[in-house]
Design a protein around this ligand. Structure first.
Ligand SMILES: Cc1ncc(COP(=O)(O)O)c(C=O)c1O
Length: 446
């Protein structure tokens, strides 16, 4: 403490980070200690006197490392998350070091400019309407929230109601049409917005988790008044895509706002060999996706993309007399997200796109899909192992003991997942799919 140069402190942190990251392919793909052991490690009374910075960093590393999961490791196939690419991490370090509060472009022109440019690059990469606005948020959960806030405002405005000003009290009811296999966080976003996670019309899905078009037609036929239709690019378990070409025009016919949750699947658009999976998705009104999944930025990084910039701004803008106004052509990052003060998320996104380039991103997505396909084929060739999904993207659903009665196969699958996780050679998680235990394999880390 009291030292003016940050040199020693920052180098120390960098050395720890380099040692950790260089070792992740060698160490088991699992935390070495449990949560309770980590808690014991960190537990101590509130410090009364401060400690020197380098010592704090050394102690943090010593306490944290045993409880870290090698999520950036080469054999991590859990959930569906990216690998915090070193270039993104380096840009993110600078973001922290620069300490920019990136709410408006006057305060931090560089942060606002990097976001504006990276945002345009994202629209090019994902081939979405170029007039769309983008909010750089913490992840797809908040991206879904922001997009659905814009949707709520717009459909109610068209029904003569100003929800931003008057709230939902007395507002015309909104019908939300959503697939039965939508991601849990979309229901959370509806809950945050006062639309209710249960007050929705759940539309039947097929065995891959895609909306059944005829059921969507029936549900749409019963709608009168404001409506939001929520579709999906990349089902969390199967990687399947809704049939946008057929469903979006039906939703349009009833005047619905169409939102797409594409946390990872939207990145198929960045890959010529896979973009057909999301054909027609550009016909929607809003899209949620993540940077910290297929773009490999570090956490937290997601994008709320809205075709109608005015609807997006109306839902999110924060105005105060001490905040400078923005004019045409000047983009304030805070106008598109819920937060005012926040880190400058655009730098890491800019750096990752600059590093990989359009071709590098396309090649990475395709490589992951091919690896997933090859893994699925290998697994399928083993007697007693079943792959339950058509591996169109990067997700594999595996069941062990598949020739045995269902309950036995459930137990066998569960025990296999536990053994794999205990071995630590690789990491795969579990889930319930169609009432049965499955192992999920997500190939998505750089
Ligand atoms: C389809 C889908 N939607 C939303 C989310 C939530 O994203 P995040 O965890 O980045 O908030 C996920 C996360 O896995 C997802 O797969």
């Amino acid at each position: 403490m009291g030292e003016r140069s940050v040199d020693g402190l920052f180098r120390r942190a960098a050395e720890h980070a380099v040692r950790f990251r260089d070792g992740t392919s060698e160490i088991p793909q699992k935390p070495r200690v449990s949560y309770l052991a980590s808690l014991e490690e960190f537990r101590e009374p509130l410090p009364i006197e401060g400690c020197a910075g380098p010592g704090v960093i050394d102690e943090l590393v010593a306490k944290a490392e045993p409880g870290l999961h090698t999520m950036t490791g080469p054999r991590f196939f859990g959930w569906v998350i990216g690998g915090s690419h070193p270039v993104g991490v380096a840009a993110d370090w600078l973001t922290s070091a620069w300490g920019q509060n990136s709410g408006n472009h006057h305060a931090t022109p560089a942060a606002a400019a990097a976001e504006a440019v990276a945002g345009n690059w994202l629209l090019d990469l994902l081939d979405l309407p170029r007039e769309s606005s983008i909010g750089f948020v913490t992840g797809a959960t908040v991206a879904n929230f922001v997009c659905l806030a814009a949707a709520r405002g717009d459909v109610l405005r068209k029904a003569g109601w100003d929800v931003e000003g008057q709230g939902l009290f007395g507002a015309p009811p909104i019908t939300v049409l959503i697939g039965d296999d939508a991601h849990a966080t979309v229901f959370s976003a509806l809950q945050f917005l006062g639309l209710g996670h249960d007050r929705v019309v759940r539309v039947k899905t097929d065995d891959a988790g895609r909306l059944v078009v005829s059921d969507f037609v029936d549900a749409a036929g019963k709608v009168s008044g404001p409506c939001i239709a929520i579709l999906q690019a990349g089902q969390i378990n199967t990687g399947a895509f809704d049939d946008f070409d057929r469903i979006i025009p039906i939703a349009r016919d009833i005047g619905a706002w169409v939102h797409v949750d594409g946390a990872f699947g939207l990145w198929a658009r960045a890959c010529p060999q896979r973009s057909g999976l999301a054909k027609g998705v550009d016909g929607a009104d809003s899209w949620a996706t993540d940077g910290h999944k297929w773009l490999q930025t570090p956490y937290d990084c997601g994008y709320a993309i809205v075709r109608d910039e005015e609807a997006h701004r109306r839902a999110m803008t924060i105005a105060a007399s001490y905040l400078p106004p923005s004019y045409e052509g000047e983009r304030d990052p805070s106008h598109f997200v819920p937060e005012l003060s926040r880190r400058a998320r655009g730098f890491a996104t800019w750096a990752m796109i600059k590093h990989l380039g359009r071709d590098g991103i396309a090649a990475m997505v395709e490589r992951h899909c091919r690896i997933a396909h090859a893994m699925a084929e290998r697994l399928r060739s083993v007697e007693g192992i079943a792959v339950l999904n058509d591996v169109v993207l990067n997700q594999i659903l595996v069941r062990f003991g598949a020739k045995h009665p269902d309950d036995e196969a459930d137990r066998f699958t569960q025990r296999t997942i536990e053994r794999i996780q205990a071995d630590g050679v690789c990491f795969c998680g579990g889930a319930i799919w169609r009432g049965r235990k499955v192992m999920r394999v997500s190939v998505i880390s750089w």
